[in-house]
Structure formats: structure tokens, C-alpha cells
Design a protein around this ligand. Structure first.
Ligand SMILES: Cc1ncc(COP(=O)(O)O)c(C=O)c1O
Length: 360
């Protein structure tokens, strides 16, 4: 994934393809006309398989957090919410829900691990809604959503899922999970520029409205008329770029794309093991290693990050309490096995240098 002369393993925004970037400079269509309507229609149809669901797709002009708030405001208002918090983005779901819910029960575990299943089961008793991140970008854990969704639906608990860093790279199964709503990101595995939030609502029952700009029922009404429209002026160049990114995904085919993400992540995990680098995540009962973000522990992570950057390779550091403690490398969108080999060889050289300099 070239970024100018750099290879970027940043977990979003990724570098879109030249074709996607070119779409940003297309002439602006009238957002109340047929051309935009056709564009929105294509985006909706091509996004559904990525959510693994039939439902209403809405695209908000705003970052993924706007999408999360639009869904959580409506589905958590006045209700008892449970949130799994084992990383930064789980924390965000709990924070947003606490603005609207009657009560938010947080099931917490040390970042990089998942909470015990028993604890989740106990918390779901008497709950109305479970908010969960499918793929926790801050730690590199993919939650076992088949299991978690079954635990919720067996107890009649609704589900809202953040699929921001999985959609387009790991299979998302909105229908299988019987989720009320799922919120995606365009700037990660989809390979589009940031600034749009695709939201899928599978079941509107219980949606009680959200702040004016984020009220999904407004978006539904605007999209349902003769023309597919948005209630407010959409970020037109971003829609044009997203359309091209989705076209690229479908010409690759989704299954092939998932497999490519899996192979790249597996190669990275194995290669790190061969270098003697410890993986940070220990997923436990409710998760497994993510195929889109890998976190790992090296001596002096910031020094290693800077050394990699000098060699034209971008990786991310840790967030929140993990700042300065780990590095994260994303295998998202157009990343290839050759890119991963390059990262591993450069990392190996840097680590050799550091350890040979360390006093014995
Ligand atoms: C899992 C997850 N959820 C939510 C977000 C927030 O996205 P945004 O910064 O686009 O609002 C991110 C961003 O990295 C993420 O990885």
C-alpha cells in the first residue's frame, strides 16, 4: 500500500488506489438530481454484501463516530445497555451510550484480552441492548461475534455492532448476528478516503430518534423517495470515491479479499514469531487474533516506529494506556504479502541493531 514512496501499515486511513483518488476530482453532481441518486443507489447495493445483511444502508457525511452515535442514540435511548470494553473503541461505545441510555453496564477487561464469557452472560440478564466492537483496532482482537450475538439473542437482547475496522476485510454477518444496526468505516478495509459513515439498519423497531443531524429516520425518508437523496448536502467527492472503492472490492470478489487479508495477517504473525517478537493480544474466550490489525511488543516501540518510518514503512503506536508500549500494523485494503515481507525484513534489521547496541 504505497503512500508516496512509503508503505503504510497505519490502521486507517489507508491509502486509496489512484483510481479512487482520481474520483475525488470529478465534477460535482447536483445532489438532488438523478446522477447523485444513481451513485447513492450503487453505493447502497454494493455495501449490503459487505454488511452481510439485507437492510437499509444509510451513508452519513461524517466520520465513523457519527455513524456510531446515530445508531446508539436511537437504539439505546432510555434503555439498559451493556458494553464490552476491552479497548479504545469499546470505551467509545460505552461513552456514547451513556449519553442516551438509562444505564450502561460495562464489562471490562484488560486491553488485549477479552472478558470472561460468564461475566457477559450475567450482565446480559435484564439488559435491552448490547453494544460491541467486532474488530477492536486498538488491540488487534476480533471478537467472536457468532458467539456473542447468540448470547445476546438467546436472552432477547438487541445488538449494535461497530464493524468500522472489519468491513471489507473480514466477513461481517449482520443477518447471522441478527443485529439491529451495524456501523462501518470507509477509510480502512474498504480503501476509500475518510469522512463517510455507512450504517446498516436491519430492524427499525425501537429506534427512538437521535440528534437532528444524526437521526437515521431523516436519512431513511430522503432515500425512500423517487430519487435516492440525503437530508443534508452530502460530501459529494467522498461519495464518488467510495463508489470506485466499492467497485474495486466487488471486482476482486469479497471472498478473495477476505482470504488476502487473512493470508497477509497470518504471514505477519508468523514472521513476528520468527523474529522473536511477542504478539500483544491474548484474545481469550470471546475473541481471536484480528486479520486486519496486529499488535506486538518490541523494546522501545517509539524508536522502532521512527526507524521504520525512516526506511519508508509506517506503523502505528499504541493508544490510550498502550501508548509507548506496543506497535500496531494493519493488513487492510490493498496490502500485499510482499508489503508484509518488507516490513518483517526491515523490522528484523532494526531489532538486531537495537539488541546489539544494548549493554549486556
Ligand atoms: C473500531 C473503530 N471504531 C470506531 C472508530 C472511529 O472512527 P472515526 O475516527 O472515523 O470516527 C475507529 C477508528 O479508528 C475504529 O477503529
Amino acid at each position: 500500500m504505497a503512500n508516496g514512496s512509503k508503505v503504510s501499515f497505519i490502521p486507517g486511513p489507508v491509502n486509496p488506489s489512484p483510481e479512487v483518488m482520481r474520483a475525488l476530482s470529478e465534477p460535482m453532481p447536483y445532489h438532488r438530481g438523478e446522477e447523485f441518486s444513481r451513485m447513492y443507489e450503487e453505493i447502497i447495493e454494493w455495501t449490503k454484501p459487505l454488511f452481510g445483511a439485507e437492510g437499509d444502508v444509510i451513508v452519513i457525511s461524517g466520520s465513523s463516530t457519527a455513524g456510531l452515535e446515530s445508531a446508539l442514540a436511537g437504539f439505546s435511548r432510555g434503555r439498559n445497555v451493556v458494553a464490552i470494553v476491552d479497548g479504545k473503541f469499546g470505551e467509545r461505545l460505552a461513552e456514547i451510550s451513556s449519553l442516551y441510555a438509562r444505564e450502561v453496564r460495562v464489562i471490562r477487561s484488560e486491553w488485549g484480552k477479552t472478558p470472561p464469557q460468564e461475566e457477559l452472560e450475567a450482565s446480559l440478564r435484564g439488559a435491552d441492548l448490547l453494544a460491541v466492537v467486532h474488530n477492536e483496532t486498538s488491540t488487534g482482537i476480533e471478537h467472536d461475534m457468532d458467539l456473542i450475538a447468540d448470547l445476546a439473542s438467546d436472552r432477547g437482547v438487541d445488538l449494535v455492532v461497530d464493524v468500522v475496522s472489519s468491513i471489507g476485510g473480514i466477513e461481517v454477518k449482520g443477518d447471522r448476528w441478527r443485529a439491529k444496526a451495524l456501523v462501518g468505516g470507509v477509510q480502512k478495509c474498504i480503501g476509500a478516503p475518510p469522512g463517510l459513515a455507512p450504517v446498516m439498519v436491519r430492524d427499525w423497531e425501537g429506534y427512538r430518534g437521535a440528534p437532528y443531524y444524526l437521526d437515521l429516520t431523516r436519512y431513511r425518508s430522503s432515500a425512500m423517495g423517487k430519487l435516492r437523496q440525503t437530508p443534508f448536502t452530502p460530501a459529494l467527492p467522498l461519495f464518488a470515491a467510495l463508489r470506485v472503492a466499492l467497485r474495486e472490492i466487488h471486482s476482486e470478489r469479497l471472498e478473495a479479499r477476505f482470504l488476502r487479508h487473512h493470508r497477509a495477517a497470518e504471514l505477519l504473525r508468523e514472521g513476528l514469531g520468527e523474529l522473536g517478537v511477542e504478539l500483544f493480544a491474548h484474545p481469550g474466550e470471546l475473541g481471536k487474533m484480528s486479520d486486519t490489525v496486529t499488535s506486538f511488543v518490541v523494546p522501545d516501540p517509539e524508536v522502532v516506529r521512527r526507524e521504520l518510518a525512516k526506511r519508508g514503512i509506517l506503523v502505528a503506536g499504541g493508544q490510550g494506556p498502550l501508548r509507548g508500549k506496543i506497535l500496531r500494523a494493519a493488513t487492510m485494503a490493498s496490502i500485499t504479502e510482499e508489503d508484509v515481507q518488507l516490513l518483517l525484513s526491515q523490522l528484523g534489521e532494526i531489532l538486531n541493531k537495537i539488541t546489539s547496541k544494548a549493554p549486556s
